[in-house]
Design a protein around this ligand. Sequence first.
Ligand SMILES: C[S@@+](CC[C@H](N)C(=O)[O-])C[C@H]1O[C@@H](n2cnc3c(N)ncnc32)[C@H](O)[C@@H]1O
Length: 194
Amino acid sequence: MSEHRPRSEACARNREPILAVRRRYFATRRRVLEIGSGSAEHAEHFAAALPALTWQSSDVASHLPDLRQWIAMAGLANLPPPLALDVSGPWPEARFDALFTANTLHIMDWEHVRALFAALLAVYGPFNYDGRFTSPSNAAFDTWLKRRSPASGIRDFAAIDNLARASGLTLVEDGLMPANNRMLIWQSATTQAR
Ligand SMILES: C[S@@+](CC[C@H](N)C(=O)[O-])C[C@H]1O[C@@H](n2cnc3c(N)ncnc32)[C@H](O)[C@@H]1O
């Protein structure tokens, strides 16, 4: 473990401007995963400034002993112990609703940069195609859903796929599953180009 925590002048300079932008975009986010946390200066600053957020730091395994020490010293309830994470995988099972990374893309090799952008979205459930139910049981389920809440209802595949495309995702799989459900998988364009 390191006795001396590296302090970055750049971090001291950039953390407030970064925080100002983050406040605008992360107001409704609750669990953030940081990639390549380094000496945890951003992690500590942002976790302290945004107490409603859980800030999950991470770094490659070789950096973890030091990072663990800095995170423990910060003593913040919303800054849990760091995860070992190399973007080339495997990724953690836990769910996050935002990713943050600082000063890493110019460090990683290009394959790792691409891996960072290789988002996968997998959705399982019933969908309509061309405005039609795929089975009588799905039609009955939709009636039941709408009675429960008019805002609910089986979605049209095309509408969902349009949302995914607008986020830069491309459908790579649409498979039939038990009981007339589908397994839909979208991938980011960077993964496609591999
Ligand atoms: C220049 S430091 C930035 C540290 C901190 N984010 C900051 O802004 O002060 C780059 C960090 O990226 C991490 N890193 C490099 N390759 C990585 C990879 N493949 N996966 C995850 N992190 C990686 C390094 O371990 C290091 O902590």
